[in-house]
Design a protein around this ligand. Structure first.
Ligand SMILES: [Zn+2]
Length: 116
């Protein structure tokens, strides 16, 4: 597998973390412009919105986590969570599937959107 592929939940989690960093950075820019109260307030509100967005994403991860299936990875023997019909192990990126008909086939994200 040429492409580096991380499990979906990890991917969403890093996105939420990125939003927090952007939010903090935007607020920091606001502090640089503290001479102008309006500019500072706008930046701080904008930064705050990013942090709220991140909170929503974290909440969404929580919702998704209830739908995940806990499996033991056959490759590294660690318990991992998977989402959808195919996903990757959180620890070693081993492709996992719940569908016997897809077993042994190459990992493809598209399997998740296909209907039975
Ligand atoms: Zn594994």
């Amino acid at each position: 597998m040429g492409l580096k592929y991380s499990s979906k939940i990890n991917k969403i989690r890093s996105f939420a973390l990125l939003l927090i960093f952007i939010g903090v950075a935007v607020m920091y820019v606001g502090i640089i412009f503290k001479a102008n109260a309006w500019v500072m307030t706008s930046f701080i509100i904008l930064g705050f919105l990013f942090i709220i967005a991140s909170t929503i994403v974290y909440f969404w991860i929580g919702m998704l986590s209830t739908k995940t299936v806990q499996v033991v990875c056959p490759s590294c023997q660690k318990p991992t969570k998977m989402l959808g019909r195919v996903d990757l192990c959180m620890h070693c990126s081993e492709p996992l599937t719940l569908d016997r008909s897809l077993e042994g086939k190459e990992f493809d994200e598209k399997y998740n959107s296909k209907r039975k």
